[in-house]
Design a protein around this ligand. Structure first.
Ligand code: CO8
Length: 255
């Protein structure tokens, strides 16, 4: 891998750090491509924690100096490539946690929203300030913010471009909680707790939630039934239930 995105294993968890602190980890194409390459190689990790290097910022947005010179077609291509990488992040089979350690603005907020869970450090600041720059969110913000916080709240944030501090982000449902200690450590602990559960079951639960977004309830419930049935093809289902009945701790193998 290159040096714009660092990936290291911490037990069952893959810690991914966006590493361009001099530009507050702003997303340029090189960084996005490195992120795409890292996401393609999560291996047998059971969860991912995504954070930004430095004390100040998760990601301060798409790189404005790179965007300033784009024309309509290259901007379209940039948005398409960025969206594809965020879609790949969202579609990862394993749970993902954004550890937001400062600014998560524009593309940074959009990146966090492509993760399953968002933990906010006390200094986290969220926002979609694109209209202040004469553009609109282009990495999924008009869609994922609506889904996270509801249509009216999303409209207010996108139309005003205002900043949202950590506590308000929690009230809005944008972030799960504000962490008391270092956000990366708390995200790793949360990821490790998830990693203790039956991995296939966790993955199928994520599938059931993600794949049925926007699907009519009846069809979504049928899909849930099928995925529930599929769990019974795993050794871990037998182990999990036998361990409960035998009053011992389950030992899962991920199959
Ligand atoms: N792009 C490029 N460089 C940036 C960015 C950015 N988004 N944000 C910060 N930087 C750079 C600064 O230019 C500065 O560099 P240098 O030291 O070389 O001058 C360095 O990071 C430090 O930043 P500041 O000195 O500005 O730090 P402050 O603490 O004073 O301010 C802020 C921090 C408030 C976060 C401020 O940097 C800021 O407002 N940044 C821009 C935030 C923003 O508007 N983000 C949204 C961008 S638009 C977007 O994300 C669209 C996504 C969809 C794209 C679709 C594809 C076409």
């Amino acid at each position: 891998m290159g040096e714009l995105v660092l990936a290291e294993r911490r037990g069952g968890v893959l810690l991914v750090t966006l590493n361009r602190p001099a530009a507050l980890n702003a997303l340029n194409l090189e960084l996005l491509r490195e992120l795409g390459a890292v996401l393609a190689q999560v291996g047998d990790a059971r969860a991912v924690v995504l954070t930004g290097a430095g004390e100040k910022s998760f990601v301060a947005g798409a790189d404005i100096s790179a965007m300033a010179e784009l024309d309509a077609m290259t901007a379209y291509t940039f948005a398409a490539e960025g969206q594809a990488i965020l879609n790949a992040l969202e579609a990862l089979p394993i749970p993902t946690i954004a550890a937001v350690n400062g600014f998560a603005l524009g593309g940074g907020c959009e990146l966090a929203m492509a993760c399953d869970l968002i933990l906010a450090a006390p200094n986290a600041v969220f926002g979609q300030p694109e209209v202040k720059l004469g553009v609109i969110p282009g990495f999924g913000g008009t869609q994922r913010l609506v889904r996270r916080v509801g249509s009216q709240r999303a409209r207010e944030l996108i139309f005003t471009g205002r900043n949202v501090k950590a506590e308000e982000a929690v009230q809005l449902g944008l972030a799960l909680r504000v962490t008391a200690g270092p956000v990366v450590e708390e995200a790793l602990a949360l990821a490790e707790a998830i990693a203790q559960n039956a991995p296939v079951a966790v993955q199928l639960a994520k599938r059931a939630i993600l794949d049925n977004d926007g699907v009519p309830l009846g069809a979504a419930l049928v899909n849930e039934q099928q995925l529930f049935g599929l769990c019974f093809a795993t050794t871990d289902q037998k182990e999990g239930m036998a361990a409960f009945l035998g009053r011992r701790k389950a030992s899962f193998i991920g199959r």
